[in-house]
Ligand binder design. Structure first.
Ligand SMILES: Cc1ncc(COP(=O)(O)O)c(C=O)c1O
Length: 390
C-alpha cells in the first residue's frame, strides 16, 4: 500500500499535484465562467501559418523529424535571433527545437543541474520551474519580487547565490507579474553569474510582448553572458498557437548539446508538421510583430481599466499576457479563496498569484488575470467584475 496509496510520496514531486491552470480551467468549464485564468488566446494566430502546417501535413511531413529540429526551422530561429536581438548563432549546433518552452526548461535543468545544486530564480515563478528544479534533484533559491513594481532587491539577489549555485533561471518579460527586467537589473544578475561562473537559463517566451516602448533585453546580449546562457523561447505566445508546442533553446554549442541529450529522452523529437509552419512564421514581416504587440497593449489597457473600475488595485504590466491585482481594496485578503469563489460571485475565473510564491504572505492578496482574449470577452468580464464593488 505504501507505493500505491501515495504514488507521488513526499519525494521530488510530492506537493506538486495538479497545476493551478488545470484546476482553474476546469473550474471555468464546470461553471461556464469567463476564463481569465490560463494564458491562451481565444483567437488563433495568422491563417497563413495554419495553412503552412496543413500543407506540411498533406506533403507527408508526418514522420520523426531530425532530433535537433528541421534545418529550415533552426535557420529561421537563428535568423530571428539576429534580426530582433543581434545574436549570432550557428543553426547547426547552437539551436535546438523543443516541445514548447516547457520541454526546453525541463531539459535544461535536468541536463545541467545535479542533486545538491542550487538554482537561483525569482518568485513569483512560473510553476514548471519549481517542479523541474525538483525533478533535477536541485534546490530553488528564491529572490522575492514585490508589487507595485516588482523590482529586484540587490541585497536579496546577492544573498540567493552561494557556492552551490549552479544556475540562475530568469523569465523576462515575466509571468505572472508582467514585469520586464530592466537593463540595470539584468546587468546585476549577469555580474553575479560571471563572478561565480554560473550558467544562466532564460525563458523569453513573451519576448515580443513589451509595452509602452520598453525594450526586451536578452540576458545573452550582455558582456560575458553569451557563453554561459541558454536562451529559451517558443512560438506559442508570439503566434497565438499555444497548442502547437514548438519551442527552442539556443546558446553555446556545449550547453545546447547538453540540453539535447536530455531532450532526446523526454520527447525525442517535436511536432514534425508544425516545424515548417513555424519556420514560415518566424519570417513574417516586422508589421506582424508590431501589430501583435500593439494589439495586446490595447487589451492590457482595456482589462486594467475594467479591473480598476471593479475596485481592485492594479499593477499595470510592462509586458506579457497578464496583469496582477491586489484584492485588499475590496476588503478581502485571501486571493485563493477569492479565486475559488469568483466564478460563483462574478462568473469569471482568475488565478491566485500565491501559488507562485513560497513566501505566502507576499502572494496572499494577489490575483492574476489574463488579457489575451477578444475585446468583447474582456468587456463582458469587466462588466461582471464591476459588481464586486457593491
Ligand atoms: C513564462 C512561461 N514559460 C513557458 C511557458 C510555456 O511555453 P510553451 O507552451 O511553449 O511550453 C509559459 C506558458 O504559459 C510561460 O508563461
Amino acid at each position: 500500500m505504501a507505493t500505491t496509496g501515495r504514488p507521488l510520496g513526499s519525494g521530488r514531486l510530492g506537493g506538486f499535484g495538479t497545476t493551478i491552470f488545470t484546476e482553474m480551467s476546469a473550474l471555468a468549464t464546470r461553471t461556464g465562467a469567463i476564463n481569465l485564468g490560463q494564458g491562451f488566446p481565444d483567437t488563433d494566430g495568422p491563417a497563413e501559418i495554419i495553412e503552412a502546417a496543413v500543407a506540411a501535413l498533406r506533403a507527408g511531413r508526418n514522420q520523426y523529424p531530425p532530433g535537433p529540429g528541421i534545418p529550415e526551422l533552426r535557420r529561421a530561429i537563428a535568423d530571428h535571433q539576429r534580426r530582433f536581438h543581434g545574436i549570432e548563432l550557428d543553426p547547426d549546433g547552437e539551436v535546438l527545437v523543443t516541445t514548447g518552452a516547457t520541454e526546453a526548461i525541463a531539459a535544461a535543468l535536468l541536463a545541467l543541474c545535479e542533486p545538491g545544486d542550487e538554482v537561483v530564480t525569482f518568485e513569483p515563478y512560473y510553476d514548471s520551474y519549481a517542479a523541474c528544479i525538483a525533478m533535477a534533484g536541485a534546490t530553488r533559491r528564491l529572490v522575492t519580487l514585490r508589487p507595485p513594481d516588482y523590482a529586484v532587491d540587490p541585497d536579496a539577489l546577492a544573498a540567493a547565490f552561494s557556492p552551490r549555485t549552479r544556475a540562475v533561471l530568469l523569465n523576462t518579460p515575466h509571468n505572472p507579474t508582467g514585469k520586464v527586467f530592466t537593463r540595470a537589473e539584468l546587468e546585476l544578475i549577469a555580474q553575479h553569474a560571471r563572478e561565480r561562473d554560473v550558467i544562466a537559463i532564460t525563458d523569453e517566451v513573451y519576448e515580443h510582448l513589451t509595452f509602452d516602448g520598453r525594450e526586451h533585453v536578452p540576458l545573452a546580449t550582455l558582456p560575458g553572458m553569451a557563453e554561459r546562457t541558454v536562451t529559451i523561447s517558443s512560438s506559442g505566445k508570439t503566434f497565438s498557437l499555444t497548442g502547437w508546442k514548438i519551442g527552442w533553446a539556443t546558446g553555446p554549442r556545449a550547453l545546447v548539446a547538453a540540453v539535447q541529450t536530455a531532450k532526446q529522452f523526454l520527447t525525442y523529437v517535436s511536432g514534425a508538421p508544425f516545424q515548417p509552419a513555424i519556420a514560415h512564421a518566424l519570417g513574417l514581416p516586422d508589421a506582424y510583430f508590431e501589430s501583435f504587440r500593439a494589439g495586446l497593449e490595447a487589451k492590457r489597457d482595456r482589462l486594467c481599466a475594467g479591473l480598476e473600475a471593479a475596485g481592485l488595485e492594479v499593477f499595470r504590466p510592462a509586458g506579457t499576457y497578464f496583469v496582477t491585482t491586489d484584492i485588499r481594496p475590496l476588503g478581502e485578503d485571501d486571493g485563493h479563496a477569492f479565486c475559488l469563489a469568483l466564478p460563483e460571485r462574478a462568473g469569471v475565473v482568475a488565478v491566485p498569484t500565491v501559488v507562485f510564491y513560497d513566501d505566502k504572505a507576499v502572494g496572499r492578496p494577489l490575483v492574476r488575470f489574463t488579457f489575451c482574449k477578444r475585446d468583447e470577452v474582456i468587456d463582458e468580464a469587466a462588466s461582471r467584475l464591476a459588481g464586486l464593488r457593491g
